[in-house]
Design a protein around this ligand. Structure first.
Ligand SMILES: Nc1ncnc2c1ncn2[C@@H]1O[C@H](COP(=O)(O)OP(=O)(O)OP(=O)(O)O)[C@@H](O)[C@H]1O
Length: 716
């Protein structure tokens, strides 16, 4: 129509062509793709992925080398037969060649398992790891006991500053809890027809009251302790065992730092992430140099490293460790393995419910066919060290003759650990008033020999893992997330650390209610001091019932979506008006329970195990029976005598229907439960051909921590 109009008419309408009839651009114009028929295989094939490509190339190179070796062996066999030398055939030569490999499997793989108290390190070819304390002593103005005006365990004082009588020293609440546990034990022992003297406690208290130490001069003490002598000039830092043996009164003073605390990075005692990881690297480096005798750092490029991480790990921690191992230590390859999975490898089980009781954390996880069941992972913040502290508190309560014991002092901490290991028991038959003795050895002082009596303290302290309110849980989350930020999704900024329905269940049961206006993730941290200020905080009233109804299907409310009582979220189907709904929509969404930093995961061990198993079996009764009959307890905290039987009885009492199936196993072959995880990781490090999780130098240099998504057997 337009073409038939005259030029003037077009000009009047403003439609006249004023250009030079050429296209706007000489670039070819590409029509939009019809999305219906759109297809691309970009990032869909393995060969587009560097990690897979390198892996395949490595496999190809190995196969080619093997084939060449095979040909060479055959050719040699033929030559030898022709020359009439010997009657051996080619296969025998091949076998000979294979039987004498150039180096022992695993001799170039360093396996590292860091704990809150102990570092276990060794070559994968070693039978057992070296164990050393995960501690560093740094030159400082004061030592740690001088820094804490309140000795640990904390004690209450009278208004005039004098110390309270031992029975009141730890507060009324704690004292009545202890007395209640004591009374319960008495009832239980009577039910089990165990003989008990009616006045056992009084006997113990009276004995301890009158005991005075015997002084043994240093030259008469054949077992006197070796203290670390400071060189001149004094070193900036001392690591491992010698650090624990620096006298408290050393000149200059040294302060102890433990970079791992409660199974997390120690964000309480450090002031920066840099110094925290510097200490970790110094401790590990010293161990590699002095324990593994790999003194030249240049040679480390020929070594690979297997590093054990927690089941519920923090992504930012793993990323940082990977960076340290790749850049600072320059290992050729690195791979990670989760603690529980490593424990099953170490014990040679394919499926088990692994309970790892360490020094400051206890983890539980069901493993099935070589994979951790994600929703069964539980991480609780207590362990053997809490038992030590509580044992000393109970003894002090009952007039322990060495009333000045202070666990912030190195020699006292070591003494307390020793006493706990030798005396504590979960065996009810051993609970009776007994006399014990110990030698107190302090640098530069005569040895003092104390005798004391103990009664039910030896049993009630380790029982704390089933009643963890008796532990001092007041500062276990102090400093959390102050140095290391939570890992977040790069697209939507939401937290993306691994979660578990079992852990959420437990956190939900313990969660203090959020302030009604709902805080964001960042703000939630500020709630922590409130919680810390109330030790022995009563649990959520529903805590136990929530867990006890778990035999059936896990409730949907716990799988990452906390219930209304914890979040203040308006309930669907309630009487909310549209206006209220609009207000609710505008209000910031409360953080999911696993994203809150103000909850202490401290929960009775027996219930926690059942929670984990319930989530692993997901109402499949056969699975439930399998896991409940295959509980494996590892970690130093499980070494208390009689622990396994006691745990079995507790679980039977909670699940009478399964009492025949419940079985607590120990690692086979008399393997020390403390090293099972390390052992499993060393086996993992020796696997050839089936381990795809090695991260190589080239790929790390190109892709960085993004590689983890391809290299982890679990969802990263
Ligand atoms: N014979 C024993 N009896 C009782 N407890 C023991 C015994 N031997 C070691 N322990 C305790 O085991 C704990 C150390 O265990 P382990 O080495 O497994 O912990 P970790 O790996 O350093 O710590 P975590 O797992 O908490 O990070 C200490 O609390 C120690 O007192």
């Amino acid at each position: 129509m337009v073409g038939k109009k005259s030029g003037k008419a077009l000009r009047d309408e403003g439609l006249e062509r004023t250009d030079n009839n050429m296209e706007l651009s000489s670039w070819p114009q590409i029509p939009a793709i019809n999305q219906k028929n759109y297809y691309t295989d970009y990032l869909k094939r393995d060969d587009q992925n560097l990690a897979f490509r390198l892996q395949n190339e490595e496999a190809r190179t190995k196969m080619t080398k093997k084939a060449k070796d095979h040909d060479r062996a055959l050719a040699m066999a033929k030559t030898e037969t022709a020359e009439g030398e010997g009657e051996a055939d080619g296969d025998a030569h091949m076998e000979d060649a294979e039987e004498t490999p150039a180096e022992m499997a695993g001799s170039k793989v360093i396996v590292i398992h860091m704990g809150s108290q102990n570092l276990r390190i060794g070559l994968a070819s070693d039978a057992l790891p070296k164990t050393l304390p995960m501690v560093i002593a740094r030159k400082a103005a004061t030592n740690e006991s001088e820094d804490h005006d309140e000795p640990k365990p904390k004690r209450f004082k009278h208004d005039d500053g004098s110390e309270m009588e031992p029975e009141k020293a730890f507060g009324l609440e704690w004292s009545s809890h202890f007395n209640r546990m004591s009374a319960d034990l008495k009832v239980h022992m009577r039910q089990n027809k165990r003989r008990m003297l009616p006045n056992s406690k009084e006997m113990v208290v009276n004995y301890n009251r009158r005991t005075v130490p015997e002084i043994i001069s240093e030259h008469n003490d054949p077992m006197r302790a070796e203290w670390t002598e400071l060189s001149s000039p004094p070193p900036e830092y001392i690591v491992g065992q010698p650090a624990l043996r620096v006298p408290d009164s050393s000149k200059p003073r040294y302060k102890l730092y433990w970079p791992i605390r409660n199974g997390w990075c120690n964000e309480k005692d450090y002031t920066s992430k840099r110094s925290l990881f510097l200490d970790i690297s110094l401790i590990v480096e010293d161990a590699i140099k002095n324990q593994l005798r790999l003194t030249s750092k240049k040679d480390w490029t020929q070594y690979s490293c297997v590093f054990v991480i927690p089941d519920l790990y923090d992504k930012s921690y793993v990323t940082q460790v990977l960076d340290m191992l790749m850049r600072e230590f320059a290992f050729a390859r690195v791979c990670f393995i989760q603690e529980s999975l490593a424990a099953t490898f170490g014990a040679g089980f394919t499926s088990a419910c692994v309970v790892d009781i360490g020094a400051q954390k206890t983890s539980i996880c069901c493993v099935e066919e070589g994979m951790c069941i994600e929703n069964s992972r539980v991480n609780l913040k207590y362990g053997g060290q809490d038992v030590t502290e509580t044992f000393i508190k109970m003894m002090l309560h009952d007039h322990f003759p060495y009333a000045d014991i202070n666990l912030w002092r190195r020699h006292d901490f070591l003494l307390a650990e020793e006493l706990k290991k030798n005396i504590c028991t979960m065996n009810e038959a051993s609970v009776s008033p007994q006399v014990f003795d110990f030698h107190l050895r302090v640098a530069g002082q005569d040895t003092r020999k104390y005798t004391f009596k103990a009664f039910d303290e030896v049993h009630l302290a380790p029982m704390g893992v089933f009643e963890p309110d008796i532990f001092d849980n007041s500062d276990k989350i102090t400093g959390r997330r102050t140095l290391i930020d939570r890992s977040v999704d790069i697209y939507d900024g939401s937290p993306n650390d691994p979660t578990s329905a079992a852990q959420s269940e437990i956190l939900t049961a313990m969660a203090p209610p959020l302030p009604s206006h709902g805080k964001t993730n960042g703000e939630s941290h500020s709630a922590a001091p409130d919680v810390q200020a109330t030790p022995g905080r009563p649990q959520h009233p529903n805590a136990l019932s929530k867990v006890q109804d778990l035999e059936g299907t896990p409730r949907s409310s716990v799988a990452g979506s906390p219930g209304p009582e914890n979040t203040g979220t308006p309930q669907a189907g309630g009487t909310s008006t549209p206006a209220a709904a609009a207000t609710a929509a505008q209000a910031p969404r409360p953080p999911a329970v696993e994203d809150r930093d103000d909850i202490m995961p401290v929960f009775g061990l027996d219930n926690a195990i059942l929670t984990s198993i319930a989530h692993a079996s997901r109402s499949d009764e056969k699975k439930m029976r399998d896991f409940i009959g295959g509980i494996m307890v590892v970690g130093g905290g499980s070494l208390t005598s009689g622990f396994h039987l006691f745990l079995e009885e507790r679980l039977q009492a909670l699940r009478p229907g399964f009492s025949k199936e419940i079985m607590i196993g120990t690692p086979p072959r008399d393997l020390d439960p403390q090293v099972v995880v390390w052992k499993g990781a060393s086996i993992f490090g020796k696997l050839t051909g089936t381990n795809d999780s090695w991260i190589g130098r080239l790929e790390y240099d190109r892709l960085g921590p993004r590689l983890m998504a391809y290299k982890c057997m679990w969802a990263y």
